[in-house]
Design a protein around this ligand. Structure first.
Ligand code: GLP
Length: 259
């Protein structure tokens, strides 16, 4: 794992955007794992403005609320359409979001796993982090080997996401269909982006705490190619930042990204 701390949210977003652009320019047919949430809105705006071509890319979103049809304004399919798919040359038939409104959710979950395998797996998985420590919607006690499945959301997550439902946590669906922690860990490369003070405690737990299913993001410590990009505010509780900053300032692979 590498931790990169940028001065503010805009610089953290800029760095992640440039990492994604570099990956797509190297391999235009990249299979991307995509995330949702407010943090990603800035990143998607940056990618749209960059003009990078997604024409040959395939994408798999991490999760979807259960019970919301794709066209529902709060569905993650709708979110992706609004922030990225309709604003770039992404080919819609190459974009995938779990079917939260499927009649048979376990069958839909299995189909999702099979589809990921059929395109050769995810090359680059993008992640945010929830205040409950989740990646995707892998709430506390999600097995580190879990696969795509439906999951009951925590009250913390429903409160955190209430803003998108008119501020009322009761309107946030109670369940979601999400890639598992094990599914996420199979991506070849992972980038987690987190900004703001509200994420500082959970980032410290995920990066420097013990690996525990109580904080599903801590499982990323097992991954051989995972970058955690944060701003100063989200880095507040990290103990090891002298070393993280030293690596970013000195390792040759970061030379082009230091600015
Ligand atoms: C939702 C998504 C997560 C995402 C989180 C972060 O809960 N399911 O994948 O990491 O939002 O949200 P935000 O960026 O709004 O803090």
């Amino acid at each position: 794992m590498e931790v990169i701390i940028r001065p503010d949210a805009a610089a953290a977003v800029d760095l992640v955007s440039r990492l994604i652009q570099a990956c797509i320019r190297r391999s235009p047919a990249t299979v991307l794992g995509l995330a949702t949430g407010r943090t990603m809105e800035q990143l998607y705006a940056h990618l749209v403005a960059s003009g990078v071509s997604f024409r040959q890319c395939t994408s798999f979103n991490l999760d979807e609320y259960i019970g919301l049809p794709a066209e529902h304004p709060q569905s993650y399919r709708h979110y992706m359409h609004q922030h990225l798919f309709s604003r770039t040359d992404f080919q819609l038939h190459n974009t995938h979001v779990p079917e939260g409104d499927a009649a048979d959710l376990s069958r839909a979950a299995q189909r999702y796993e099979e589809k990921i395998k059929s395109v050769g797996g995810i090359d680059l998985q993008l992640l945010g982090i929830g205040e409950a420590g989740h990646i995707g919607f892998n709430e506390p006690l999600s097995a580190i080997m879990s696969r795509t499945r439906d999951k009951c959301l925590t009250p913390t997550t429903r409160r955190q996401n209430a803003a998108m439902f008119g501020g009322n946590p009761e309107l946030v669906p109670k369940r979601a269909l999400t890639m598992g922690v094990g599914t996420i860990l199979e991506a070849r490369e992972i980038i987690l982006l987190a900004t703001g003070h509200s994420k500082s405690a959970v980032i410290a737990k995920a990066v420097e705490g013990p690996i525990t299913s109580m904080i599903s993001a801590s499982a990323l410590q097992l991954h051989p190619d995972c970058k955690v990009v944060v701003d100063e505010a989200a880095a507040t509780d990290l103990q090891g930042r002298e070393y993280y900053d030293f690596v970013f300032a000195n390792e040759p692979q970061w030379a082009a990204f230091r600015k």
